[in-house]
Ligand binder design. Structure first.
Ligand SMILES: [Zn+2]
Length: 127
């Protein structure tokens, strides 16, 4: 089991295994938040947060809500919303212990334009 935690610890998420890849997306939101996304089926993620510990930001096509901690401000995860939500969510891998991010392969996703992976790959490096 590994745990992702915001800075103050109010928002924590527990998953069974470390992500093999983390995704750096360049879309208008992700580039500003500086997130690295690790994707999991929502049904496999244990949410360890009090009700209202985080707030969701909904924008664009309103297909997901990006949650940040109300106390320390760290962006923690996104979950699908809407009528037929998929069983997939993103955890901000920067909330995992640093060695988890270091060991993962970094994928660069062109969320700003082509919605495809960009060619250069490598590890996320020092965090
Ligand atoms: Zn916090």
């Amino acid at each position: 089991m590994i745990e992702a935690s915001c800075h103050c610890g109010a928002v924590r998420l527990r998953v069974a295994s470390a992500p093999v890849t983390v995704t750096d997306c360049n879309c208008s939101l992700c580039r500003r938040m500086g997130t690295l996304w690790a994707y999991y089926p929502q049904s496999e993620v244990e949410f360890l947060e009090a009700p209202d510990a985080s707030f969701g930001y909904v924008q664009g096509d309103r297909s997901l809500a990006t949650h940040s901690c109300r106390t320390c401000g760290c962006t923690a995860y996104w979950v699908p919303i809407g009528e037929t939500p998929k069983d997939r969510m993103g955890i901000n891998a920067r909330l995992f212990p640093p060695e988890i991010v270091k060991a993962a392969t970094l994928l660069r996703f062109d969320g700003a334009d082509s919605w495809d992976l960009l060619p250069d790959e490598g590890t996320a490096g020092p965090v």
